[in-house]
Design a protein. Structure first.
Length: 126
């Protein structure tokens, strides 16, 4: 059985930074980035926090199972958050525009993570 602790630590890190970035966007950036960019920032925070909670679920499942599908689901969630939310954060802060095409790649990684988690659920013993 694999340890759930690394997944739990990453989930906590994503949760902590998601709350911090949400507060930063609401308080420090609201007047700086413009009203049109604030929804993009909020979307990045929302997806990050949702997947932090999903990683908590994966950590709980890893405490009982060493399934590769769980490990890969968690890895894809982390990759997806980095690419999806990360690219949105950078783009809102006037980062390089070439990051625009990275965002949907992050979305695909998140979708793949959910798919693997669903397959794990269908294959796991009751």
């Amino acid at each position: 059985m694999t340890s759930f602790r690394p997944t739990l630590a990453v989930a906590a890190t994503l949760g902590f930074t998601g709350v911090a970035l949400g507060a930063f966007g609401a308080h420090a950036l609201a007047d700086t980035i413009g009203a049109e960019s604030l929804p993009t920032w909020k979307t990045a925070v929302q997806y990050q926090l949702i997947h932090a909670v999903a990683l908590l679920g994966i950590a709980a499942l890893e405490a009982r199972s060493a399934a590769a599908l769980l490990r890969w689901s968690g890895r894809l969630f982390v990759l997806g958050v980095v690419l999806f939310s990360g690219s949105l954060y950078v783009l809102v802060l006037d980062g390089p525009r070439w990051l625009g095409p990275v965002t949907p790649l992050g979305g695909l990684a998140l979708l793949a993570g959910w798919l693997l988690l669903g397959i794990f659920g269908l294959r796991s013993e009751r």
